[in-house]
Design a binder for this molecule. Sequence first.
Ligand code: SAM
Length: 240
Amino acid sequence: MTPEGRRLLLEAAAALELDLTPRVEVFGQLLQLLVMAADQVNLTSLRDERDIVLKHFVDSLTCLRGGWLGGERRVLDLGTGAGFPALPLAIVRPELAITAMDATRKKVEFVGRAARELGLTNVEPLVGRAEALGREPGQREGYERVVTRAVAALPILAELALPFLPVGGLLVAQKGALSPEELEAGTRAAAAVGGEVRAVDAFALPVLGDARTLVVIEKTGPTPERYPRREGVPNKQPLF
Ligand code: SAM
């Protein structure tokens, strides 16, 4: 990472009240791995150091706002792509046990490789679709937290994520600007699958100022057996 990239990372993380000084080398290694792999495996559209630092690393770390992910928790990153937010969270919070799940095998293979090369023992890669995994014993109700970034609209996320949580578990969904309509539809969908919106935290991404929202949904009752519906249906016919 260049000195400018390092400065940006530390400055933006400080705005999130995180001191990344002890971890900056690991982020530098991750940057290198991403840039090297990006051409082989269409992993991410971001190639430029500044973009990767701010729009992947710092953006992922905003999931820590509010302390919703807590301490020693089993966390599922649903739709992790090239490992976001899973990898930055695993670097900064070694006490979190994070399963990085995605439907695309080559992305998950990259995440597994990156975790090994960075020496992260708290990341478990998992290939699969939420619709199928959310019905599997051991996966259903298998995590205390589900985190997602840029995966789907809130009503779809509620149906895909809540089956992975036991009652009392939390979905922490990182989104861009959230319309009142999406929040309303998400609230209704959450109720259908056993959840209630606990918090809506609207904020600006450090340095860039882009609008972001963390939506926290608590599982307050069991998810009916019929959810999640079969592959593709939650996306094609959202509950609300
Ligand atoms: N979270 C990453 C990020 O923020 O960079 C990736 C975002 S990418 C736009 C959305 C990812 O979600 C894709 O990699 C896709 O394969 C995955 N995805 C979407 N629906 C999914 C599902 N039902 N089950 C598993 N993965 C899914």
